[in-house]
Design a protein around this ligand. Structure first.
Ligand code: NAP
Length: 413
């Protein structure tokens, strides 16, 4: 780790040598943005030898990682999490128009790492992109050609149908051939496909959006059972979900002591929810994409809440048939029994219960009076909704235990 010392006047400071990116496994550190040539040569040679995951697991090898868009909220959270990952070495942090700029300028909380931001696209075993929609897709080919596994935190590789991009995101996908190879990176639903993608020439993981992560994990057991007859998702997000680019709507005086709905009837994440929940119906007990009439057109209404982090997805379901609480309990227990990050809880969860962690908490009840199902899910949008999920995906594709580097408990109060 960075060497932190105390000055004669008692202040804590990072030594110049702390400009080295740490190798958490104790191997020689690499300077951020540099020292990548040998790492890439080494990893390319190893790439020819056999499956990526097996090599990493068996060799106990360090994974070199770069982050594009490291100056943003999701990028900063990736740095924070990966600094504690025992098998990762950060070898390059990209920020547009930056050249050897201390990370403290973007992320004061990470000043002691001594890392720097450059505009070079990192060469590494894995590259995370945390960029606005449309930007990552235009850079992908270069990253993939270099042999890096690409993990996109943004939406550019989440939707399988290229025509969904002009429809929902208002841009034509610049690399539909790469889109066809991408896997939706929600491990709880697509673990094996992610592992399979890891062994392909081009490994591209389109990491889920924050609202879809909370919503899909909350509803997947119902979708697999073909129980979603009608659905309304009423969701709330903290302000960090909108990124850090300044916008008048996100000023403190606009957001504080106020709650408002936004993107009414048009939020882009609706497309992901429909894609994934329909697929769960197809893979589930009834084996049909149409098993859940309520997910063909998800009724999704997001709200901005005056808090920094967190998402609560409240999912109101009219079931396709009468259900009992015992049946629901069995479905959720079965779905998430072996999942390290999804907790089925007995009381309605709060965003505070997962703050700063990679956890998703879900709760599901049938209302005996109305017969409707209410399913609630909470995540931290920057961890399970973005950077934590991305690290979990990295662990999947490199064959590491999924919890590696993600063991931290939530912060409270
Ligand atoms: N925030 C969340 O909770 C969350 C959750 C899941 C997914 N996501 C997705 O993750 C991505 C990043 O979100 P964020 O919240 O981290 O946004 P952000 O805080 O606004 O950061 C955006 C990053 O992209 C860079 N950037 C912007 N325009 C660029 C361009 N034209 N070329 C190169 N770099 C550019 C920014 O650099 P500068 O510093 O130079 O502006 C910054 O590093 C988005 O696609 C978002 O939808 C976010």
């Amino acid at each position: 780790m960075s060497e932190i010392t105390r000055t004669p006047d008692g202040a804590l400071t990072a030594t110049p040598a702390a400009k080295l990116a740490p190798a958490n496994d104790g191997s020689a550190p690499a300077r951020a943005g540099q020292a990548t040539t040998e790492a890439v040569a080494e990893s390319a040679a190893e790439r020819g030898l056999g499956p990526r995951a097996a090599r990493t697991r068996q060799g106990g090898r360090t994974i070199t990682v770069g982050i594009v868009g490291a100056t943003g909220y999701a990028g900063g959270e990736l740095v924070r999490l990966l600094l504690n990952h025992p098998r990762v070495r950060l070898v390059g942090l990209h920020g547009r128009n930056r050249d050897n700029v201390p990370i403290a300028e973007s992320h004061p909380h990470l000043a002691a790492t001594g890392l720097v931001i450059d505009q070079a696209i990192p060469r590494a075993d894995a590259v995370f992109t945390a960029l606005p929609h449309g930007v990552a897709a235009s850079m992908t080919a270069d990253i993939v050609v270099r042999g890096s596994a690409l993990l996109d935190v943004g939406p550019d590789f989440r939707l399988h149908d290229p025509t969904d991009y002009p429809r929902w995101y208002k841009f034509d996908h610049p690399a539909p051939e790469l889109l066809a190879q991408a896997v939706y990176g929600l491990p709880e639903l697509h673990r094996q496909e992610m592992r399979d993608a890891a062994e392909r020439e081009a490994t591209i993981i389109g990491l889920p959006g924050c609202y879809p992560t909370a919503t899909i994990l909350t509803l997947a057991p119902l979708a697999r059972a073909g129980l979603i007859g009608d659905l309304a998702v009423d969701a709330k997000s903290g302000v960090s979900g909108a990124g850090r680019e300044p916008k008048p709507d996100l000023l403190f005086s606009e957001v504080n002591e106020s709650v408002k709905a936004y993107s009414v009837f048009s939020h882009r994440h609706t497309a992901e929810m429909e894609q994934e929940l329909q697929q769960q119906g197809e893979r589930g007990a009834l084996g049909s994409r149409d098993a859940n009439p309520g997910v063909a057109m998800v009724d999704f209404l997001p709200h901005l809440i005056p808090m920094t982090r967190g998402i609560l997805a409240s999912c109101h379901v009219r079931p396709t048939r009468p259900v009992t609480q015992a049946e629901l309990d069995a479905l959720y227990a079965e779905a998430y029994r072996d999942e390290p990050f999804v907790q089925v809880v007995a009381d309605p969860p709060a965003t505070k219960h997962v703050y700063g962690s990679n956890l998703c908490r879900v709760w599901c009840r049938v209302d005996p009076r109305s017969g409707r199902i209410l399913a609630l899910g909470v995540i931290d949008n920057l961890v399970k909704g973005a950077a934590g999920q991305a690290v979990q995906a990295l662990n999947v594709i490199f064959g590491l235990p999924e919890t590696t580097g993600l063991e931290q408990y939530p912060i409270a109060p």
